[in-house]
Design a protein around this ligand. Structure first.
Ligand SMILES: [Zn+2]
Length: 281
């Protein structure tokens, strides 16, 4: 009578035999909460086709969207962080780095590559938020600096895609120095009359906003991105006033003159290619 009385105890279905959808195939849109299939996301360049929400993606996805046929040569892939301050919070900084590298398969919060976009050569450096919050440590700064050198040497335009929580606390002052370093390199790029396009994505905050992200010949953002320096709570407590509606969205920032354009990700490649053509003429 096994069909109504369980006679065998401890029946376990192994993970491989479970009939659930594998992880990551379905995602829920954070804005409209509708389910999105992975293949639809790829097809729609990781934008929700119901409400237009731009999903947070990393360098791998941006490179696949922007480089022609996803063909590029990665630049300086082996740069890794040291631990100059022997920093320790809930865990050692070196352990945190090791774990994050294993988890994400990334070396640090940025990757750089060179290839063609719309048949024109370009250098792209793109930040990865899932590596310690896209924080700007010495590797991020150094990779940007070397990418700019590469741009100058080969006379190729430079595109920076920012996505960051700001400075990397575990590197303290070394992190802040990256602001000056990257800004100085960008000044050299400008002197060499090579175009610099800055693309700000969700979120771009802190020292990144305060340095290279806002120094583009043109500064572009994706719709709905959070763009700011300090968090809203800190600002509210400092100025003792309520903040206006939509404060720190890309749209608000553009209205107040800090951004040139807001471009939908699905049109990004075409728009960027035409800017580059315009600037090279
Ligand atoms: Zn949606």
């Amino acid at each position: 009578m096994a069909w109504f009385k369980r006679e065998i105890k401890g029946i376990i279905t192994t993970t491989e035999e479970k009939k659930e959808a594998p992880d990551g195939i379905w995602n829920k849109c954070p804005q409209c909460k509708k389910p999105l299939h992975y293949s639809e996301q790829v097809e729609n360049q990781y934008v929700c086709h119901y409400c237009g929400y731009h999903l947070r993606i990393g360098s791998k996805e941006y490179f696949s969207i922007l480089f022609d046929n996803n063909e590029f040569t990665e630049l300086f892939p082996d740069l890794v962080s040291g631990d100059p301050l022997h920093f320790e919070d809930t865990k050692k900084y070196t352990d945190r780095l090791k774990e994050t590298r294993a988890k994400t398969g990334l070396k640090d919060a940025i990757r750089a590559g060179t290839g063609k976009m719309g048949d024109q050569p370009i250098v792209i450096a793109c930040m990865d938020f899932n590596f310690i919050g896209g924080s700007m440590g010495s590797v991020v700064g150094e990779k940007i600096a070397r990418s700019i050198d590469y741009s100058i040497e080969h006379k190729i335009p430079f595109l920076m895609i920012s996505k960051s929580g700001g400075a990397r606390m575990m590197e303290a002052a070394f992190s802040l120095m990256q602001m000056a370093k990257t800004s100085a390199k960008l000044a050299l790029l400008s002197q060499a009359k090579i175009p610099y396009i800055s693309l700000l994505t969700d979120p771009t905050t802190g020292g990144v906003t305060a340095s290279y992200a806002m120094l583009g010949d043109i500064n572009i953002a994706e719709p709905g991105s959070l763009i700011g320096f300090a968090g809203p709570r800190v600002i509210k407590e400092t100025i003792k006033k309520d903040l206006p509606k939509g404060f720190q969205t890309a749209e608000f920032v553009q209205e107040h003159g800090f951004l040139d354009f807001i471009v939908d990700r699905r049109e990004m490649k075409e728009r960027l290619s035409s800017f580059m053509k315009m600037m090279s003429n």
